[in-house]
Design a binder for this molecule. Structure first.
Ligand code: NI
Length: 180
């Protein structure tokens, strides 16, 4: 992903979804499930031993800090998991949007301590993998309604959730590379 993608950071989740939404979906669910399991470990290794300053400085002006990327990823993946599970178990649920840029400014989302969010991402993805591996083909194609993006399915949301994790790993790499 080019760094240009990050300029309009507030909307990147929805932008990424639209991009995915318009692609023909593959149904290699297991590949994406493995990404959900693997990427939290890559993320944790990537940010191990960073100084507090490295975690909380916006090394790319106007972009999120490393800590903000991690806290955002935790809460965004929670929201996506909730949408995923609602589609599986509820009848045409409304998939709640959230203002990710506003959420990224709260004390829990700017804090230097990233360990809870790293743990949250890892264990959430582990549960998600268990749920995903249990779905029937019919369940993969159940739908929910997102007020801005229209109807979605678990089959669409899973690759998106995996790609969203990779996106923030890439964003953190670019942020760290921009240090003086
Ligand atoms: Ni994001």
């Amino acid at each position: 992903m080019s760094s240009r993608l990050y300029l309009n950071y507030a909307n990147i989740v929805d932008d990424l979804f639209v991009e995915k939404h318009t692609d023909p979906m593959t149904e290699n669910y297991q590949d994406y499930i493995e990404m959900l399991r693997r990427l939290p470990h890559e993320l944790a290794a990537q940010v191990a031993n960073l100084t507090p300053e490295a975690l909380t400085t916006a090394h790319i002006p106007g972009e999120w800090t490393v800590a903000q990327n991690i806290h955002h990823l935790a809460e965004a993946q929670m929201a996506l998991f909730s949408r995923f599970k609602a589609m599986v178990k509820e009848d045409q649920p409304t998939l709640m949007p959230f203002d990710q840029d506003a959420w990224a400014q709260t004390p829990d989302s700017t804090h230097v301590d990233i360990e809870d969010s790293l743990t949250l991402i890892r264990v959430l993805h582990r549960r998600w993998a268990i749920l995903a591996e249990s779905l029937t083909e019919d369940e993969w194609h159940r739908t929910g309604h997102h007020p801005e993006n229209g109807d979605q399915t678990p089959a669409e949301l899973l690759p998106y959730a995996a790609a969203h994790t990779q996106l923030h790993i890439d964003q953190i790499a670019e942020t760290l590379a921009a240090r003086d």
